[in-house]
Each structure stands twice: as C-alpha cells, then as structure tokens.
Ligand binder design. Structure first.
Ligand code: C2E
Ligand code: MG
Ligand code: MG
Ligand code: MG
Length: 285
C-alpha cells in the first residue's frame, strides 16, 4: 500500500515505529501521575549579567525522571503533553514550582528574576492570563521578577490575539522574552509584531561566534537592535569561557550557558556562588 506508514516518510517522522507510538501513548497517560509523584520537577539555570558577572536570574527548565525509564527529554514529553491536552496543566505546575523557588530565593535575600518557558500554543486564548495571575497570587511572588519566555513563536496562529494576551500579561507586571531568536521558530516578523522585553539569541549563533564571522555579525546586529529598541539581549548556550569577552564586546547584556553553569537543582541553586563573590573571597585570603 502506497499510503502505509512504511512508504510515507512524513508519517514515520511523526509517529516513529509502533513501539514508539505505544510508548508515547503510555507517556501521555502518565503525565498527571508523574507530576503528583514529583517525577516531573524543575531545574534552574543561572543567567549572568556580563558587566558584573553576577547571577541576575535563572531559567526554570522542566525535567521528568521516570523511575522505570530514566530521564525523558523535555522537548519530547512537552510535545506529548500538547497532544494529550495537558499543556495548561504542566505550565501551571512549572509556574508554581518556579515562583515558589523564586519566592524562597527572595526570602533568602537573593532578589533575582525567574524565567519560565511558555509554549506559544497557549497564546491562543486569554486563559493563560488567569493562570499566571492565580499562580502569582498563590505564591506571593513579585510579578516584576517573573519573565515568561515564549518558545516556538512560529506556532502563534494569530498575532493580534497573541499580542493582546502578551499586553495583558505585561499589565500584571511580568516581562516577556522571545526564546530561540534567529532560528526558524522565531522570526523578525513575530519580534516586530509582538511586545517583547527580552530576546534570547539562539545557541546556534553563540556556539559559532569565535570561528565564524557570519555568526559574530548576526549576534552583534541583534545586540545593536536590542540597544536601539531597549530590549534585554541574552546569549543562550555559551559553552566556551574564552568566548565571554567576545559576547561582551558585541554588546550582549546577559549570558546563559554551561560556561557559567549547567541547570541546577533548587538546593544547589541556593548554594550558588557568583563568579564575582568567589573572586572577592579569593582576593581576601
Ligand atoms: P530553551 O528554553 O531554549 O532552553 C535552553 C536549553 O538549552 C535547555 O535545554 C538547556 O539545558 C540547554 N542549554 C543551556 N546552556 C547550554 C549550553 O551551554 N550548551 C548546550 N548544549 N545546551 C545548553 P533543555 O532543558 O533540554 O530544554 C529544551 C527546551 O525544552 C527548552 O529550550 C524549551 O524550549 C523547552 N522547555 C524546557 N522546559 C520547559 C517548560 O517548562 N515549558 C515549556 N513549554 N517548554 C520547556
Ligand atoms: Mg527558554
Ligand atoms: Mg532558547
Ligand atoms: Mg532552545
């Protein structure tokens, strides 16, 4: 049969083999249970201000550790979550964890911002505004320290609707970031039409910044655009510490990547020492 999956590369790409499909179905069925059991949780990756080299915020990144199957890739289970119609539920769970963690950090005297990834598919109706408002009220986290990173902006079907939702969120006091800027999923069109306070330059360009003049030109022009438009520019996925000076030179304000820190558990985050304070302590002894 011509229409069978085996002859249709698109169907294979989407569903994989039959066992993959069964695995995904059981994954979808377990999402709620996994949240309740604490198998799904957040880790937090520091965002570093390049001028001061201090941590000014963290990004909450969701993890699923299944006792039987081990770690499940976030990109994969988020996709399954969408298919199962559980995206709102997962987002509420992540927001709650992240804002509670943020509140704890503030209580300990570390007044940094908390970024949470929001799937663009949630920008189709106003319910997401109520969701964010409820979590902020329940956790008492100060809205001005919450940044919502919009991922996969290409999937926003109606820019007018999304724009009014983002404006509504900003009126609560939260900041809006455009994630993965510069790659297919995040276009200049979306950047132009939607209200953003921050752009995160995709790792693709950051990885190649030292060896490729084109990557350097792209990062430099995005940084210039950010200055002009008064938008915070964050470099994502910096691995090589030798490239830090280069990012400073082109005018990125913040950087996030393994060069500074991998994502941390909440308890490791509470212990996190700034590069600057490390150095200060080293200078004292
Ligand atoms: P993202 O929001 O662009 O997050 C950055 C990803 O890059 C994270 O992968 C992070 O661990 C990784 N990363 C950070 N620094 C480096 C580096 O120096 N080198 C390399 N190789 N990687 C680095 P992760 O945690 O696997 O998340 C992947 C994507 O899944 C995220 O990309 C985001 O789009 C999505 N995601 C994660 N958590 C959530 C969530 O709670 N909700 C939603 N909707 N999406 C989420
Ligand atoms: Mg992100
Ligand atoms: Mg990103
Ligand atoms: Mg990404």
């Amino acid at each position: 049969e011509e229409t069978s999956e085996a002859h249709n590369p698109i169907a294979i790409a989407e569903t994989g083999s039959e066992t993959d499909l069964l695995w995904d179905i059981s994954l979808r069925a377990r999402i709620d249970e996994a949240m309740e059991a604490g198998e799904i949780y957040c880790v937090y990756q520091p965002k570093i201000d390049l001028a001061s080299k201090s941590m000014v915020g963290v990004e909450a990144l969701v993890r699923w550790h299944d006792p039987a199957r081990g770690f499940i890739s976030p990109l994969h289970f988020i996709q399954q979550c969408e298919k199962a119609g559980r995206m709102e539920h997962l987002t509420r769970y992540v927001l709650q964890s992240a804002c509670s963690a943020g509140q704890l950090l503030h209580f300990r005297g570390r007044t940094i911002s908390m970024s949470v990834n929001i799937s663009a598919t949630l920008l189709g109706d106003m319910r997401v505004v109520g969701l964010v408002r409820n979590v902020l009220q329940a956790t008492r986290f100060d809205p001005q320290y919450l940044t919502l990173e919009i991922t996969e902006t290409a999937r926003i079907s109606d820019h007018n609707v999304a724009s009014s939702i983002l404006q509504e969120l900003r009126s609560i006091g939260v900041r809006i970031a455009m994630d993965d800027f510069g790659v297919g999923a995040a276009s200049y069109e979306a950047f132009y039409e939607l209200p953003f306070d921050e752009i995160k330059i995709d790792r693709l360009f950051i990885t190649n910044i030292a060896k490729d003049p084109k990557a350097r030109a792209i990062v430099s022009s995005i940084a210039a655009m950010g200055r002009e438009a008064r938008i915070t520019v964050v470099a994502e996925g910096l691995e090589n510490p030798q490239d830090i000076a280069l990012l400073e030179h082109v005018g990125c304000q913040q950087v996030q990547g393994f060069a500074f820190s991998r994502p941390l558990s909440l308890s490791n985050l509470l212990e996190y020492q700034d590069f600057t304070s490390d150095r200060a302590i080293a200078n004292m002894v």
